[in-house]
Design a protein around this ligand. Structure first.
Ligand SMILES: NC(=O)c1ccc[n+]([C@@H]2O[C@H](COP(=O)([O-])OP(=O)(O)OC[C@H]3O[C@@H](n4cnc5c(N)ncnc54)[C@H](OP(=O)(O)O)[C@@H]3O)[C@@H](O)[C@H]2O)c1
Length: 390
């Protein structure tokens, strides 16, 4: 087995969230191999301070400027420097770490992830919304800086692992699996009255609120189809989605000779994160080991587009290209937030996204400025749509 050599510098964007915490856990267990340049959070200054102490981080940064005094006080007597506000987040991203975890939720993570990518190094990408919304901009920045983009999403990480060592031309298609979320077997009628509390109870994964709701609507898988298209250069019809409630087989690559290579593992995000931390080597983890005999039956079924329209909408946006994925992502972010605030119902999330996609029509999103403007316009349009429907 390969042994990692040298000490890597790392930065975590979104350290206080679910992915951030799993990353901190791995770093805490391997302090001799990694040196933390910056930990970046938003509002949870208390958790950030505890993480900075644990990992002896050079910088602790909150996007929320109001956290400054409390964070400074919590880190008094340590060598960790403190900064707050959006500009401080960008500066932290630009410190030039060898490895940066991009785990801020939503388009809020776009500018910091881009800032990190522009410095080169490895970007471990959890923040799929940034790549969906600004695919060309991100991929251009990565290429220009000679950065390495590694997927953290368990499905994309699985595909990346399964593809390794094979020519791109031998890949016929890929399959992303989906747990199906808490309402997998529900009728649309039953889903009408779903409350945020029920949608936030994911049967397998423990994650932040936005991605948990996206998993319940299947928008998460829709965003992942677009993410896979960008990462692996595949068209929509070569990216299959399969419901797999046990979340053990994460992704499959179908090769031109008829072979299918899959990556399996316990549903624990420390596994794909560790893969990106050590790549091309391996890092030992304490994540649960897979016991297939105990798992017993693994089920697979096709998703139902009528029950969950999100997948259809995401494929539509991918096919339309241009600014359509930017619009889809922005409208979904606003709709999810509104559902969590009980402003709209569960099924309204997809309706709002479909309406906004239709209203805004074909757009261009080639530059960061165009993406930012279109994102804001789609958010306004979604708000107006929800106000009209209320
Ligand atoms: N969780 C998973 O298992 C999983 C799996 C695959 C992909 N992902 C993707 O990874 C990303 C993070 O997901 P998550 O579940 O970890 O989310 P989460 O638990 O909600 O955490 C989000 C993180 O982003 C920070 N944040 C929010 N707004 C920010 C801003 N404006 N500037 C700086 N930091 C900000 C939060 O800070 P505070 O908490 O301090 O406010 C927190 O650290 C998402 O894009 C998600 O789709 C997650």
């Amino acid at each position: 087995m390969a042994v990692m050599t040298g000490v890597k510098t790392v930065t975590i964007l979104g350290c206080t969230g679910s992915i951030g915490e799993s990353t901190v856990d791995l770093l805490a267990a391997n302090q001799d191999r990694f040196r933390v340049l910056a930990l970046v959070g938003n509002r949870n200054g208390e958790k950030l301070a505890a993480q900075a102490r644990l990992l002896n981080a050079a910088w602790a940064v909150c996007a929320d400027a109001d956290q400054y005094s409390a964070l400074k006080a919590a880190l008094a007597g340590t060598s960790t420097k403190v900064a707050c506000g959006p500009e401080a987040v960008l500066e932290a991203a630009r410190l030039g770490a060898d490895w940066t975890m991009a785990a801020i939720t939503g388009v809020a993570g776009l500018a910091p992830t881009l800032a990190a990518a522009e410095r080169g190094g490895t970007i471990a990408l959890a923040n799929k919304e940034a790549l969906v919304s600004a695919g060309d901009v991100m991929l251009r920045a990565v290429a220009a800086a000679g950065a390495t983009l590694l997927p953290v999403d368990s499905e994309h990480n699985a595909i990346f692992q399964a593809m390794a060592g094979n020519p791109q031309t031998s890949v016929e298609r890929i399959t992303l699996t989906a747990s199906g979320g808490p309402f997998r077997t529900w009728t649309r009628e039953a889903m009408k009255g779903v409350a945020p509390e029920a949608a936030l109870r994911h049967p397998v994964w423990r994650m932040g609120a936005k991605i948990t709701i996206d998993s319940a609507t299947l928008f998460n898988k829709g965003l992942e189809v677009i993410e896979a298209a960008r990462l692996f250069g595949l068209s929509s019809e070569r990216i299959d989605v399969l419901i797999h409630p046990q979340s053990i087989v994460h992704g499959l690559v179908h090769f031109s000779d008829g072979s299918v290579v899959a990556q399996l593992g316990a549903p624990d995000m420390r596994i794909p994160i560790a893969h990106t931390l050590a790549w091309p080597e391996r890092l030992a983890t304490h994540a649960p080991r897979l016991d297939l005999a105990a798992a017993g039956t693994l089920e697979f079924m096709a998703p139902d587009d009528l029950q969950f329209p999100a997948l259809r909408l995401a494929r539509q946006a991918l096919l339309a290209g241009g600014g359509a994925p930017t619009i889809l992502n922005a409208a979904n972010e606003i709709a999810v937030e509104s559902f969590l605030r009980r402003r709209i119902g569960f099924l309204d999330i997809a309706s709002v996204v479909e309406e906004v996609l239709g209203r805004l029509g074909p757009r261009v999103a080639d530059t960061l400025g165009q993406v930012t403007e279109l994102d804001a316009e789609a958010r306004r349009c979604a708000d107006a749509e929800m106000a009209r429907a209320a």
